[in-house]
Design a protein around this ligand. Structure first.
Ligand code: NAD
Length: 268
């Protein structure tokens, strides 16, 4: 294992050398914004059994369970602010070094941080759709019920509104998944941040990138089943590690340590 500063510099140099950088983020990137991940100790699944609270089948048979859990989650989502990791990724985009963020998160924090190309693999909590008539509702329209743990009802037909998040057992949006897979096979560097990589098909995305020849950097506080495919593993909190990588990248590119040659006029 290399020294931490060396590893940060290697990550920055890999970003500098890359032609197309794509990022995949999971629940871990938002933990420092106060939204717990699901599987870590103390995570949401230690309090709510996903089979009862978060499968598509359980939602159809009894939506009240999901909305009961949502009453716990929504204040966290509403009060969360982008943390330094979200902000660092938005800055990387502005520096031309993050072509897209593919996220498993539903919390909207990448957009709020300033990232403009965000693919939400698992949907968003910001809208909901009536299961009966398909009318889409804004967050403002479902918020009061969501905070009270009640089932939001459709404003047109009174049907049950389901949030536009992908529940277990529910297919992902096909075009979002297809575009994510394309980005994975087009990039030459993928940053994989705060992803447990236990939920498919999202967990396959780094493998597609690797097979297409990309370098892979993991940022996580723990190991994952896919560690063997990583070219570099940055062990630490995303909110601490990513700003350091971006600072180092800026040092490399603006601090005079990278140049392509020096041109001198005849007079000098
Ligand atoms: P997960 O809970 O399986 O894994 C989270 C990963 O993040 C773990 O590997 C953990 O070690 C790591 N981690 C925790 N804190 C971290 C930190 N500060 N810095 C870096 N890494 C950290 O979550 P998952 O793999 O993303 O899958 C669960 C699914 O649940 C997601 O796909 C998502 O749809 C949903 N989810 C979303 C949110 C959200 O929107 N913020 C929160 C929880 C769950």
């Amino acid at each position: 294992m290399g020294k931490k500063d060396d590893i940060i510099e290697r990550a920055a140099r890999m970003i500098d050398a890359a032609r197309k950088v794509v990022t995949l983020t999971g629940a871990g990137i938002s933990v420092e914004s106060g939204i717990p991940d699901f599987r870590s100790p103390g995570g949401l699944w230690t309090r709510y059994d996903p089979v009862v609270y978060a499968t598509f089948e359980s939602f159809i048979s009894d939506p009240s369970k999901f909305w009961e859990m949502a009453a716990d989650l929504h204040p966290l989502l509403e009060n969360a602010e982008p943390n330094p990791a979200h902000l660092a990724l938005a800055e990387l985009e502005r520096l031309g070094k993050c072509d897209a963020v593919i996220t498993q998160n539903i919390d909207h924090l990448h957009q709020r941080a300033g990232s403009t190309v965000v693919l939400e693999l698992h949907g968003t909590y910001r809208t909901g759709t009536c299961l009966a008539c398909r009318k889409q509702h804004t967050y403002e329209q479902i918020k009061v019920s969501a905070f009270q743990g009640e089932i939001p009802r459709c404003l047109s037909c009174g049907g049950v509104v389901k949030p536009d998040v992908v529940l277990f057992g529910e297919p992902l949006n096909a075009s979002v998944l297809q575009r994510s897979n394309e980005l994975a096979s087009e990039c030459d560097l993928m940053l994989v941040i705060g992803c447990g990589l236990e939920v498919y098909p999202a967990a396959s995305i780094p493998t597609y990138a690797k097979r297409a020849g990309a370098n892979i950097i993991f940022v996580n506080i723990a190991s994952t089943p896919y560690d063997p495919i990583a070219d570099l593993i940055l062990l630490g909190k995303a909110g601490e590690v990513l700003p350091k990588v971006v600072e180092e990248y800026k040092k490399i590119t603006t601090g005079g340590r990278r140049h392509f040659g020096i041109w001198k006029s005849k007079d000098n």
